[in-house]
Design a protein around this ligand. Structure first.
Ligand SMILES: Cc1ncc(COP(=O)(O)O)c(C=O)c1O
Length: 383
C-alpha cells in the first residue's frame, strides 16, 4: 500500500482535510513550479520558441498515460462542461433515441443534453438514484428496459459525485455497445484513483479535470476522443486546430483543414504557461504512485471511518457499491444543521452534498485524520 505522502504537501498537522472530491491541495512542488511560472510570465522574453508546445505535449502525454490513451487522442480543455459541449457537437445522437443521464449527477455531464434534446429529437432519460445504492444495476436496467426507444448515448459519471456510488463502466459499455449507443464518461471523480484503459474499454469520450483527484490547478482539464471521432468540428475555431494558419508565414491562412487528431479540439488560448505545468506535475505524481496503490490507501481510510462510525446510525453504501476514495454519510432524519461547519471550526473539512456528508481523503491523509474525524463526529452528535 502507498505510504502517506503528507510531507509533499503544505498541510499542518492540526488540519484534517477530507474534501479532495471538491478540490485538493497542491503539492509543494506544484506550488513552487507555479511561482516560477509566474516569474516566467513576468519576463516573457526568456521563453524560447518551442516552450509552448513542450508544455502542451507534456500535459497531454501525462493525461493520456492515466487512461492508457495516445497523446494524440487528448484535447486540452478548460472544464468538463467545455468537453461535454465539444462531444455533443461532434457525436451524432439518432433522432427518436434516448440519452441516459444520472439523477443528481453533476450538472456538467447532464445539462448539455437537455439543451439539445428538442432540436435534435432525442429524449433525456434520468436514471433515478437507486434506493439500494446499486447505480450499475439501475443504469443497466434503464438501458435494457424493454419496449423503450433505443439508447443513442449515455453521458454519466464513473463515480457519482454526491453519494460516491461506483458505476461499473465496463458493464455499462457492454450494454451500450449491444445497442450501438455512444458512451461519454465524466471521469472527474475517478481518474488517477481508479484505473481506466480506453484501449480496452473503447468509450467515445472521457473527461477529467486536474483540480480534484489529480492534485492540480483549476481551469485545466482533458478530453479523450476516440479516434473515430477525431474528424468533427471543434467548439471553437482556432489557428492551432488548423493545419497551417501561421502568422509567421507570408500567407496567414495557408491551409484551413483541421489537424488530424484530437488536438483539433484544444481550447482557444491554450497557452496557460502557469497552470499547464502545475497540472502536469500533479498528474505525473499520481501516475508514479499508480491508481491501485492510491485506491488501496484511500480505501483503507474510508473503511476505517465507516467502521468507526458504524454505531452512529448513518446510512453508508456497501463497500462493493461505492468508490474506495469517497464515503457519503446520510441520516434518515437529515444531518444536524451546522454539522459541517462545526467540524470545520475544529479544522476538519468535509463537504455537504445533497443532504449527505461527503468524505474524500487523498494521499496526504492518514489514520490519525480518520480517527480525529470519528472522535469529533461522535462528540458533536452527542452534544
Ligand atoms: C462529476 C463531476 N463532473 C464535473 C465537475 C466539474 O465540472 P466543470 O469542470 O464543468 O466545472 C465536478 C465537480 O464537482 C464533478 O464532480
Amino acid at each position: 500500500m502507498l505510504a502517506s505522502q503528507r510531507d509533499l504537501f503544505d498541510i499542518p498537522r492540526d488540519v484534517c482535510y477530507l474534501n479532495s472530491a471538491s478540490y485538493s491541495p497542491l503539492p509543494l512542488r506544484t506550488q513552487e513550479a507555479g511561482r516560477a511560472a509566474v516569474g516566467r510570465k513576468g519576463q516573457p522574453w526568456t521563453l524560447d520558441a518551442g516552450f509552448a508546445n513542450r508544455q502542451h505535449e507534456r500535459a497531454r502525454t501525462a493525461a493520456a498515460r492515466l487512461i492508457n490513451a495516445d497523446a494524440s487522442d487528448i484535447a486540452l480543455i478548460s472544464a468538463i462542461s467545455y468537453g461535454v459541449a465539444t462531444a455533443a457537437k461532434v457525436l451524432t445522437v439518432p433522432r427518436g433515441s434516448r440519452v441516459i443521464v444520472l439523477e443528481n449527477d453533476h450538472s456538467s455531464p447532464v445539462l448539455e443534453w437537455h439543451g439539445r434534446a428538442e432540436a435534435q429529437g432525442f429524449t433525456v432519460e434520468t436514471v433515478s438514484q437507486p434506493t439500494d445504492g446499486d447505480w450499475t444495476s439501475a443504469v443497466l436496467a434503464a438501458i435494457e428496459r424493454s419496449g423503450a426507444p433505443s439508447v443513442g448515448l449515455a453521458s454519466i459519471s464513473s463515480v457519482h459525485w454526491s453519494d460516491g456510488g461506483l458505476i461499473d463502466i465496463e458493464q455499462v459499455q457492454a450494454a451500450l455497445r449491444r445497442q450501438g449507443a455512444k458512451f461519454v464518461i465524466d471521469a472527474t471523480q475517478s481518474t488517477g484513483v481508479l484505473a481506466m484503459d480506453v484501449k480496452r474499454l473503447d468509450p467515445d469520450a472521457v473527461l477529467f479535470p486536474t483540480y480534484k483527484w489529480l492534485i492540480g490547478p483549476y481551469g485545466r482539464a482533458f478530453l479523450y476522443m476516440a479516434k473515430r471521432h477525431q474528424n468533427g468540428v471543434p467548439l471553437e475555431q482556432t489557428s492551432a486546430g488548423r493545419r497551417n494558419v501561421n502568422s509567421e508565414s507570408a500567407v496567414y491562412f495557408g491551409d484551413l483543414a483541421y489537424v488530424d487528431d484530437a488536438r483539433r479540439y484544444d481550447m482557444g488560448q491554450r497557452d496557460h504557461f502557469i497552470s499547464m505545468e502545475m497540472a502536469s506535475i500533479g498528474i505525473e505524481m499520481m501516475a508514479e504512485w499508480g491508481a491501485p496503490a492510491i485506491a488501496e490507501r484511500l480505501g483503507m481510510i474510508t473503511r476505517r471511518i465507516a467502521v468507526g462510525i458504524s454505531d452512529l446510525g448513518f446510512t453508508v453504501l456497501a463497500d462493493r457499491l461505492r468508490a474506495p476514495h469517497i464515503l457519503s454519510l446520510g441520516l434518515a432524519r437529515g444531518l444536524p444543521k451546522e454539522l459541517i461547519s462545526r467540524l470545520a471550526v475544529e479544522n476538519i473539512h468535509v463537504a455537504l452534498r445533497l443532504g449527505r456528508m461527503r468524505i474524500s481523503p487523498h494521499v496526504f491523509n492518514d489514520e490519525a485524520d480518520a480517527d480525529r474525524f470519528i472522535a469529533a463526529l461522535r462528540r458533536i452528535l452527542r452534544s
